[in-house]
Design a protein around this ligand. Structure first.
Ligand code: GUN
Ligand code: ZN
Length: 450
């Protein structure tokens, strides 16, 4: 076989893990793809070949190959719900959702009218994502178009696949954070035309939640979705008991929280709803029918005392709802999707369920990509997808090194054990390197003490 040499080709050799389908359904292990000695070949940011090294080596003898001994390479993590403007007020004490928003969140979001400040925070935020192995996120900016401009400009510079949008908010918020229905429509439209599908960027129409939008504003959000059918809808839904009661008061004509969004035409295949902790069975059924997604944000739901998301209900075989993992920083307490998976496990345990390591890591990769209907582009190592990936060190700390012995794992069963240890004990220290479109975007400093 002739050997391929091409200036743009680059290989990565090591142990690889990804998912070819959803391990929540059918045989879990049949949907796991583990290649203990594999080769990933990238060309101009895309995956050109992937498989066992022994099968591909002959074809690629002339390309530069980076080896990752003793490590595990996975698709880049996908965070399906996060607020970049809340970076600086992460870990704010003592309140539940509505009080927390008024006391901590709104004052901080006011700062993002200043585009220079917003750029600085966007840069810090993206550094933090990459440090945690996250290569794609669905991101809330603030009500200010400047905050979206700043975010997309920073993400574009790094060639990241990111989805974001301007927050719509025309009532029940401080004056300095309020827009109007018309202004929200015009500003969003302008931002969509400027940024949606520019490079790897995508736009999400982003009403904050039902409490902070008038029915008129939600209707205009629906109009935007009709005019731009391939943009996303990103909002919060049924997170907290008090919130649900306020929504019922504000929208007496609606049959429930989800119905408020439904009446405005906001419940569709590209709609992503954060939380869904308080959803009724009927609402789960409607989300399933509409093929909408829920972002499960366990660290946030525990931190704000919101409650336990019924993951097992969402993933039921008879009436499934798409789910991804969200950190929801700054109500979430970690940028790490490993730590988020750790808390997801405990939320499941409190409901008598066990979330396996493979299922949790599926949610952080291909499951997230499916929740964002972007699985044709990212989420696993299929040839033709974008080459965003993370190099994991399962022995990153002395404790992890004794917990996770014998790399690469000789079997799927052994791997499952190690990955569970990774999820329980790992965080940004386990991220050895993060690659974006085949290029090194973050490398863990070698001198750092664990
Ligand atoms: N609901 C409305 N806004 C927010 C927010 O900023 N964070 C969370 N967790 N829930 C919300
Ligand atoms: Zn949120």
């Amino acid at each position: 076989m002739p050997s391929i040499s091409d200036n743009f080709l680059r290989g990565f050799r090591g142990a690889f893990l990804d998912f070819i389908n959803d391990p929540f359904y059918g045989s879990e292990l049949a949907n796991v793809r583990y290649v203990p000695d594999g080769l990933l070949v990238c060309s101009e940011g895309m995956i050109q070949a992937f498989g066992p090294y022994s099968e591909l080596q002959e074809k690629y003898t002339k390309i530069p190959i980076t080896t990752c001994p003793g490590q595990l390479i996975m698709p880049g993590f996908i965070d399906t719900h996060i607020h970049y403007a809340q970076l600086e007020m992460i870990a704010s004490y003592g309140e539940q959702l509505l009080e927390w928003l008024n006391k901590y969140t709104f004052p901080v979001e006011g700062k993002f009218k200043d585009q220079t400040y917003a750029s600085k925070m966007a840069s810090l935020f993206l550094d933090e994502l990459l440090k945690n192995g996250t290569t794609t996120a669905l991101v809330f900016a603030t009500v200010h178009p400047e905050s979206v401009e700043a975010f997309f400009a920073e993400a574009s510079q790094r060639n990241l696949r990111m989805i974001a949008g301007k927050v719509l908010m025309d009532r029940n918020a401080p004056e300095f954070l309020r827009d109007t229905p018309d202004r929200a429509y015009e500003e969003s439209k302008h931002l969509i035309q400027k940024w949606h599908k520019k490079g790897r960027l995508l736009y999400a129409v982003t009403p904050r939640f039902a409490i902070t939008s008038t029915p008129e504003q939600l209707q205009l959000a629906g109009k935007l979705l009709q005019e731009f059918p391939d943009v996303y809808l990103h909002t919060h839904l049924s997170e907290n008991v008090k919130e649900v009661a306020v929504v019922a008061e504000l929208f007496p004509e609606s049959t429930g929280y989800l119905d408020v969004y439904d009446r405005a035409g906001l419940v569709g295949e590209r709609s992503v709803f954060a939380h869904g902790v308080q959803l009724t069975e009927q609402e789960f059924q409607r989300l399933s029918e509409a093929k909408s997604a829920i972002s499960f944000c366990p660290t946030s739901n525990l931190f704000l005392g919101s409650g336990l998301f019924k993951l097992h209900r969402a993933k039921s075989a008879a009436c499934p709802v798409k789910v991804g993992l969200g950190t929801d920083v700054g109500a979430g307490t970690s940028f790490s999707l490993l730590q988020t998976a750790n808390e997801a496990y405990k939320v499941a345990q409190l409901q008598g369920e066990a979330l396996s390591a493979f299922k949790a890591l599926y949610l952080a990769t291909l499951g997230g990509a499916r929740a964002l209907t972007i699985d044709d582009k990212i989420g696993n190592f299929d040839v033709g997808k974008e080459a965003d990936f993370v190099v994991l060190d399962l022995q990153a700390t002395p404790l992890m090194a004794v917990r996770n012995q014998g790399m690469p794992a000789p079997s799927l069963e052994a791997l499952a054990e190690q990955l569970f240890g990774l999820i329980m004990l790992g965080d940004d220290r386990a991220i050895q390197a993060t690659y974006v479109a085949g290029e090194l975007a973050y490398q863990r400093p070698s001198s750092s003490l664990s």
